[in-house]
Unconditional design. Structure first.
Length: 475
């Protein structure tokens, strides 16, 4: 219930708010990951240092016991001093432990204790950090209890060693009595050594278990936080994609609306310009007639642009209503060429048309097909120099109609070919040759061809010409 409510309230936020919330969440998780990482490293390093310290502690304790046993039989003061030297290690660690138990420990005392215990000065920070912050956590708590018990046994060992020292120095005792007392003390030292060995094993095992559990927990935390970050990243990507799609749609809708609004006054302007141009001789001067002709030409150009914009928006918005009828390709090609005849004649272009004689009428959307042919043929006419050649070929294979429009015109520079179907893109050489293009024609061609389930591609070489191919599926 709670999560459904919060999800609902998240949905009610604006896109910008959602971004802010998600980014804030990512930031918080990142901070958490960093802190977690810092803690993990220090904890693991602390555990490693304790396990290493325990090794030194056990070794020194064992050496101390064997020096003491040696002393028992040799009575050499040097053996006793050896025992005392080895005992410094557990005693140093004990000093650190007792100091860390205080509410306000003296860190110099802790440090000296750990260093005396044979620990590396670099590990002192992590040893203290783990003890002070985690002494209540089960594994650490148990390990500290074992350590405390070990220290108590060390204190007992000190007592036994002291007694042994006094006994061996006591000249008032007969050798036999001294021997017997020392033997009894040695037995106690051995018993203590067995107890200490058990405690040392317990200490290592407790820390080992703890480190495995902590490693497991850290791994789980890492997996959860990484998954959360992944999810939030996907959420951001989805939000961005949705926002972009929305913006694109709003833009296209605006273009569509504006084009519709422009069309009505433009039709009137074109109609009056045409009527004026058709005025009988004497109505307008030659100069006025040339102005009107320019007016009409510009009006027609704007009309074509609006038609293009409307085609683009209806295809982009998916509002185009397709109408499939039988289309006679020969008639269609001829009609489109006839529209271009004036320009073809003006430029003295040689035009070669080959439409498969046996091609039956194909079931396709005539409006879209006309758009494709008009754009491809008018481009060939536009981008071919005077006296050049253009060719239109149509043939059919069982499931497809192939259209091929070629020319030996200016071609498309290799470095710009990848962008040629993009909205509003025009190659540099085309801009120099014809300043009127919109860069919408091929975008429309591709959208129309895709709408019909077909494919369009081209080959071209600058200064040599271009070949555009269209393949359309037919039933
Ligand atoms: P426009 O012709 O209005 O510039 P198009 O979208 O029809 O826009 O074509 C995009 C660009 O592709 C043109 O500007 C031109 O650079 C290049 N182009 C298209 N057809 C040809 C062609 N037959 N020969 C050379 N360049 C072409």
């Amino acid at each position: 219930m709670q999560s459904a409510l919060s999800f609902k309230s998240l949905k009610a936020h604006t896109v910008q708010n959602r971004f802010t919330i998600i980014i804030a969440l990512i930031f918080l998780i990142l901070v958490f990951v960093l802190v977690n990482f810092w803690f993990s490293v220090r904890i693991m390093s602390g555990i490693r240092a304790y396990v290493g310290g325990e090794g030194l502690w056990s070794k020194s304790q064992k050496e101390a016991v064997s020096s003491l046993v040696r002393y028992a039989s040799s009575s050499q003061e040097s053996d006793y001093m050896q025992y005392e030297k080895f005992l410094q290690v557990p005693l140093g660690d004990r000093q650190a432990r007792l100091e860390m138990d205080k509410p306000n420990p003296g860190y110099a005392v802790v440090r000296n204790g750990f260093i005396q215990g044979g620990n590396s000065p670099d590990d002192v920070g992590d040893l203290t950090f783990l003890y002070r912050n985690f002494h209540r956590v089960s594994y650490m708590h148990d390990a500290i209890a074992v350590w405390t018990a070990g220290d108590a046994d060390i204190a007992e060992l000190q007592g036994l060693a002291g007694q042994m020292h006094t006994t061996l120095l006591d000249t008032s005792l007969s050798p036999a009595v001294r021997q017997a007392q020392v033997a009894a003390l040695v037995t106690k030292v051995y018993d203590l050594d067995v107890k200490l060995t058990l405690l040392e094993n317990q200490f290592s095992a407790t820390l080992g278990n703890g480190s495995r559990h902590i490693a497991d927990a850290l791994l789980r935390i890492t997996i959860i936080t990484t998954s959360l970050l992944g999810l939030l990243t996907v959420a951001i990507a989805v939000l961005i994609a949705r926002a972009l799609i929305h913006v694109d749609r709003v833009k296209t809708e605006f273009v569509s609306l504006a084009s519709h609004q422009l069309r009505t006054p433009l039709t009137a302007i074109n109609w009056y310009a045409e009527s004026l141009a058709d005025e009988p001789q004497g109505g307008l001067s030659a100069r006025q007639k040339s102005y009107v002709a320019e007016l009409y030409k510009s009006g027609r150009r704007m009309s074509n642009l609006i038609t293009d914009l409307l085609s683009v928006s209806s295809l982009d918005l998916g509002t185009y209503q397709s109408k499939i009828t039988p289309v006679d390709m020969r008639v269609l090609v001829q009609t489109v060429l006839k529209d271009q005849q004036h320009h073809i004649d003006q430029k003295h272009l040689h035009c070669d048309v080959r439409v498969d004689e046996r091609l039956p009428a194909v079931a396709l959307d005539e409006h879209l097909l006309t758009g494709v042919l008009q754009n491809l043929i008018s481009n060939s006419v536009k981008y071919t120099a005077d006296d050049g050649h253009i060719a239109v070929t149509v043939h059919r294979q069982p499931a497809h109609v192939y259209i091929h429009v070629s020319d030996d015109g200016i071609g498309i520079p290799a470095r710009q070919q990848a962008q040629i179907f993009s909205k509003l893109f025009r190659a540099d050489n085309a801009k120099q040759m014809d300043t009127d293009g919109t860069g919408l024609g091929l975008y429309i061609v591709r959208a129309m061809v895709h709408f019909m389930g077909g494919k369009v591609w081209f080959t071209s070489a600058e200064h040599h010409g271009s070949d555009f191919f269209v393949r359309l599926p037919v039933r």
